[in-house]
Design a protein around this ligand. Sequence first.
Ligand SMILES: NC(=O)c1ccc[n+]([C@@H]2O[C@H](COP(=O)([O-])OP(=O)(O)OC[C@H]3O[C@@H](n4cnc5c(N)ncnc54)[C@H](OP(=O)(O)O)[C@@H]3O)[C@@H](O)[C@H]2O)c1
Length: 341
Amino acid sequence: MKMNNVGHKGVVSAVVTGLLDLFSRQDQLPPLDPGLRLDGKVALVTGANSGLGKAVAIDLARRGAHLLMVCRSGIPDAGEAVKQASGNPNVEMLQADLSDLASVAQLCDRMQARNIRLDIAVMNAGLMPLHARRTPQGHEVMFAVHFLANRLLMARWLEDGVIPRAANRTPSALPRVVFVSSEAHQSSPPIDFNRFAAFQDYGIKHGMKFYGLSKLHLTTFVQELERRVNGNGPPQVLFHSLCPGPIASNIARESPVYIKPILSPIMKLLFRSPEQAAEPVMLLACSPDMTEHSNVYLHMMKAKQPSPLALDALNGKQLWECSAPLIQPYLTANRRETECL
Ligand SMILES: NC(=O)c1ccc[n+]([C@@H]2O[C@H](COP(=O)([O-])OP(=O)(O)OC[C@H]3O[C@@H](n4cnc5c(N)ncnc54)[C@H](OP(=O)(O)O)[C@@H]3O)[C@@H](O)[C@H]2O)c1
């Protein structure tokens, strides 16, 4: 697979790279075969009531998967809409607020009690708030939703067998987890481990920086997860990540009233529809071509490298270890994460 290593020295170069990638056809991967079926598979999407998550949910359900939509809002309307659009009645909604670790743990408890086994998980939920907000545990909300919730979900699902790990499975039978990141991680400053998880206040001016930082946490986490679960051996779970490119979605819902009249037409004109943005997610989640290797990173339909900071194994180890005490109280009683990872 050919990699496009374009640099991201700052926000401007990241935006230019993004626009070049948006309009360039070079090195594009072909989209998923429209005839590929997922009958008998169990798929889950977080943030499935809106934008990219909803488009992915509809496509997964249309292909026959039993679909679990993890949503904070839109219950039951979004589930009904997905059923109707896909023609698949096997669509369930699971309520969770991913900014609250207690709510994430309750979701895990319910899934464990039902003995759910996932074939596909798309970790999509995300947000771009106008100002910094504290979560119930006192963390900054993007740090919590983009990174910490996924950190806990992976620890619990691997521990509980919701994501079943098994060596010697045929690659096509391996569970897959796709993390929706953003190229904004490429221009983020490094993670400050001396102030790890400390709440930092920001307003509209610095929101993008903290968005990129939270996605750097996520992308670094995916690399470390790959190292810890798959190591150098045959993969037990396929972990992939991507930036879907700019999407005309509800992500800018908190933007000030005076910006919306300018932003909305730009988004409609230049940004991709959620259905277009879903293409690389579906490719990573379902394509038979994505079983050869774990840990593919796509920017839209092009394979790339995540940032050097995300690839740095020392950063990954520190991120893992610094975040372990934060999720520890929400793991299953009497079990420590080290037992399974
Ligand atoms: N839009 C872009 O240009 C762009 C570019 C690169 C990457 N991305 C990434 O793509 C992903 C999807 O974003 P989108 O553009 O489709 O935005 P969207 O339409 O706003 O959808 C975001 C989804 O995340 C959910 N979510 C947010 N906070 C949550 C929480 N605390 N608990 C549970 N769910 C929560 C939202 O639920 P509610 O409706 O209940 O809030 C919604 O379903 C995000 O990870 C985003 O960072 C987007």
